[in-house]
Write a protein that binds this ligand. Structure first.
Ligand SMILES: Nc1ncnc2c1ncn2[C@@H]1O[C@H](COP(=O)(O)OP(=O)(O)OP(=O)(O)O)[C@@H](O)[C@H]1O
Ligand SMILES: [Mg+2]
Length: 192
C-alpha cells in the first residue's frame, strides 16, 4: 500500500435542507431519475413518469399529461405541507413547469433547490438507447435545445431559487446530497 489517501467516492456534497423541494431539470435520458434513485428513498421522489403510470397505466403516454401532472403537483404540495423533503423528477425545461413548482414551494414556504443535469446530446442518445423505455430521437434533440437555450439565457439565475446546482453528466455519481437542518422560519431575515 502506498501512503495515498483512499479515493473519495463522493467529490462534493449538495447541502439540501430537510424540508426542501429539489427540482431536477434536464433532458430525457440525462440521468435525473438515476441520480434521484441513487441517493433518495423511493417515497421522496415524485416522478411525472410514475404519475402517468398511476393515472393511466403507461408512463410514456403523453396524452394523459393533464391528469398526470395534476397528481404530480398535488403529491408534491401535500408532501411539502408536511415538511417532507421531496424530489420533483420531471424535465422542468419549460418556464411554466418551473413556475408551477416555484408557486407550490412558495405556498408551502420551503426552499426550492434546483439540480440541473447537463448531459450532451450524444450521451442522451446513448442512455436512451440502452433503456427499455425509449424516447424518440427528435424529442431528445428538442430537449437538448431547450436546455442549451435555458443555460445560455441565464434565466434560472433570475427565477429566485434558494440554490441552483449545475452537474455535468460525468460528475453525477460524484455529487451526493447532504441533508442539513430544515429552514428555520422563525428566524427574522433582519433585526427590527
Ligand atoms: N451516471 C450514470 N451512470 C450510468 N448510467 C446512467 C447514469 N445516469 C443515467 N444512466 C442510465 O441512462 C438511462 C437514462 O437515465 P434516466 O432514466 O435517469 O434519465 P432521465 O433523465 O430520468 O430521463 P426521463 O426524463 O426520460 O425520465 C438509464 O437507463 C440509466 O440507467
Ligand atoms: Mg426519469
Amino acid at each position: 500500500m502506498s501512503g495515498m489517501p483512499p479515493v473519495a467516492a463522493v467529490e462534493s456534497n449538495l447541502a439540501i435542507p430537510a424540508d426542501a423541494l429539489v427540482m431536477l431539470v434536464g433532458a430525457s435520458g440525462s440521468g435525473k431519475s438515476w441520480w434521484a434513485h441513487t441517493f433518495f428513498s423511493e417515497t421522496r421522489i415524485v416522478s411525472s413518469d410514475r404519475c402517468r403510470a398511476l393515472v393511466a397505466d403507461d408512463e410514456t403516454d403523453q396524452s394523459v399529461n393533464r391528469a398526470a401532472f395534476a397528481v404530480f403537483y398535488t403529491i408534491i404540495g401535500q408532501r411539502l405541507s408536511l415538511r417532507r423533503l421531496t424530489i420533483a423528477d420531471s424535465t422542468s425545461l419549460s418556464p411554466f413547469s418551473r413556475e408551477r413548482l416555484r408557486n407550490i414551494a412558495g405556498n408551502a414556504e420551503v426552499p426550492l433547490h434546483v439540480l440541473v443535469v447537463c448531459t450532451p446530446l450524444p450521451v442522451l442518445m446513448r442512455n436512451n438507447h440502452a433503456r427499455v423505455r425509449r424516447v424518440p430521437d427528435p424529442v431528445l434533440k428538442r430537449h437538448a435545445g431547450q436546455l442549451r437555450e435555458m443555460l445560455d439565457s441565464g434565466v434560472l439565475e433570475t427565477e429566485g431559487y434558494a440554490a441552483v446546482h449545475h452537474v455535468p453528466f460525468h460528475s453525477l455519481t460524484a455529487v451526493a446530497p447532504l441533508i442539513v437542518a430544515p429552514t428555520d422560519r422563525a428566524t427574522p431575515i433582519s433585526a427590527p
